[in-house]
Design a protein around this ligand. Structure first.
Ligand code: CO8
Length: 257
């Protein structure tokens, strides 16, 4: 039996995915992408899903990019197919109906950075290194980096990164808004546990609604997006969650969602 490239830890709807190709610093090849897509296909069907955390195996690397060894001999058509496979998989991660969080534990380069950009937010260890070094290899980002990076950090900083290929440390990633938090590597696991507890305690439908409102709203003009928010807000009042959440507040107890 072949070794798993995506390890799954599933606790009460909080699913942690670990990309496991430590010898290649968890670089994304077509086998990893295919396995990730199959996992996402299963997750998409789950009503009990509450959040997804994604990380890389080991302490040195989140994902060091797309697999250069595999890409090296590709024809333009093969490169297009590989990029399409990656874009499709990454989009499916992005559009999961629950929060998706990247735990970035080391190198987060090229396709790795593009994977992290498709997550709702990212937390980095203090040894993390970010970059879109594709131009150093004679190519451009192909897993969404030219589009999601400017949307996250603004076009000027994105152009700086994608045209120089320079690497930045975790503190700079924090300053430009590429990640939400930086912490000592030894504390990343404790953060994951804390986040798991926090997300498990919130109303699952409300969390899904909040993500939907932000994601879909960002694609619309402000008035349409505000109308979407109102519709989702009103929808919450048709759920048991709203009565439980508000009753718990009034009764001075913890809600039980
Ligand atoms: N692909 C394949 N193997 C890799 C990759 C990678 N991206 N990154 C590291 N590895 C392998 C190394 O080859 C090495 O293997 P081996 O032990 O067999 O020689 C092993 O991982 C350990 O790496 P290093 O010895 O290089 O470790 P260092 O600590 O010296 O350096 C670095 C770590 C700085 C991360 C270095 O490995 C590096 O620069 N890696 C490449 C980073 C990079 O350029 N990433 C971007 C790739 S391009 C991309 O992601 C987007 C392409 C767009 C897709 C288009 C579709 C066709």
């Amino acid at each position: 039996m072949s070794e798993k490239l995506i390890e799954i830890d599933d606790r009460d709807g909080i699913v942690r995915l670990t990309i496991t190709r430590p010898k290649a610093l968890n670089a994304l090849n077509s086998a990893v992408l295919a396995e990730l897509e199959a996992v996402l296909t299963d997750l998409e069907k789950r009503d009990d899903l509450r959040a997804v955390l994604i990380t890389g195996s080991g302490e040195k690397s989140f994902v060091a990019g797309a697999d250069i060894t595999e890409m090296r001999e590709k024809t333009p058509e093969e490169a297009r197919a590989f990029a399409s496979q990656a874009l499709r998989t990454i989009k499916r991660l992005e559009t999961l109906p629950v929060p998706v969080v990247a735990l970035v534990n080391g190198f987060c380069l090229g396709g790795g950075c593009e994977l992290a950009l498709a997550c709702d937010w990212a937390v980095a260890s203090d040894n993390a290194v970010f970059g879109q070094p594709e131009v150093l290899l004679g190519v451009i980002p192909g897993f969404g980096g030219t589009q999601r990076l400017p949307r996250r950090v603004g076009p000027a900083m994105a152009l700086d990164l994608v045209t120089t290929g320079r690497k930045i440390d975790a503190q700079e990633a924090l300053r430009i808004g590429l990640v939400n938090r930086v912490m000592p590597q030894a504390e990343l696991e404790a953060y994951a546990d804390e986040l798991t507890k926090q997300l498990s305690g919130n109303g699952p439908l409300a969390v899904r609604g909040a993500k939907l409102a932000v994601h879909d709203g960002m694609e619309q003009d402000l008035d349409s997006a505000l109308a979407l928010e109102t519709a989702l807000f009103a929808f919450c009042f048709a759920s048991d969650e709203q009565s439980e959440g508000m009753s718990a507040f009034v009764e001075k107890r913890k809600p039980n969602f």
